[in-house]
Design a protein. Structure first.
Length: 268
């Protein structure tokens, strides 16, 4: 009797959940945060979990075209017959401390526009949708890493006073939720305010960020752990490298970088 009662309760909960979801979709049809077109509700569920927000099929195809061959170490496009486990001609001689880059696409076209728009304080749904698309596209690679923690690239605390939305943090939070891995938002800190990297040369970028990050109270939390370091845009890899160096020095076993867009070398 008790077993049958539990079964009926489970069925009732399932019916109520499905009804609530259908009602929500009817009243608030899902819309693409980039173009605002309606999104097919069926595409928003994976393994019984609701994936939201997401981009429409058209925007998804434009920001994430069919995968070409890419360097496993830095993420840039490479020729179809080039092996890149140890890096490509662009990054092979660079002393990156992270193992590899998992990315959505190249910083160009609609993806570039989406990354720029996603930085605004009122456009968090764009950042979250890009993170969901990264997870949907690279789920197998992300899960194969066997992650212990997800950590965003931090910014100096004064930036929060002028810009409330931190895109890397939004992306990392979504990835942590999808991957069912703890989100260590405050583990890594930026210790000083630095000039904007975009106006500096590669050597100036390295000097600018040297010693600019620290792990203050989380050494036990990361000892022997594999960490997914998340940023919105990867340009030369300098920021990610300095963060990875700091995490490894604090005891992390391995650092893998996840990013929405990689800037090709000709645009540095």
């Amino acid at each position: 009797m008790e077993t049958g009662s539990l079964t009926r309760q489970q069925k009732l909960r399932t019916l109520c959940r499905d009804f609530c979801r259908s009602a929500y979709r009817f009243v608030f049809p899902p819309a693409c945060p980039l173009c605002h077109d309606e999104v097919d509700a069926a595409s928003r569920e994976v393994d019984g979990r609701l994936v939201t927000p997401v981009l429409c099929e058209g925007c998804s195809a434009e920001v994430n075209p069919p995968l070409g061959n890419r360097c496993m170490r830095c993420g840039i496009p490479i020729g179809p017959f080039i092996r890149s486990e140890e890096g490509c001609s662009t990054c092979r001689n660079l002393s990156y401390r992270f193992d590899r880059v998992i990315r959505l696409g190249i910083y160009d076209g609609l993806l570039r526009d989406a990354c720029i728009r996603g930085k605004s304080s009122h456009t968090q749904p764009i950042s979250a949708a890009l993170a969901n698309l990264l997870w949907l596209s690279e789920r197998e690679n992300l899960e194969a890493v066997r992650l212990d923690l997800v950590v965003p690239v931090p910014r100096f605390w004064t930036r929060r006073l002028t810009q409330s939305h931190h895109q890397a943090e939004t992306i990392s939070r979504v990835l942590a939720q999808r991957l069912l891995v703890p989100h260590a938002r405050t583990l890594l800190h930026k210790t000083r305010l630095t000039p904007d990297q975009s106006e500096l040369t590669a050597s100036q970028r390295r000097k600018n960020l040297r010693g600019a990050f620290a792990v203050w109270f989380g050494h036990r939390q990361i000892s022997g752990k594999t960490i997914l370091l998340v940023d919105d845009i990867l340009t030369t890899g300098t920021t990610a490298n300095e963060c990875a160096k700091t995490l490894l020095k604090a005891g992390a076993k391995r650092v893998v970088v996840a990013t929405i867009a990689v800037v090709p070398p000709y645009r540095h």
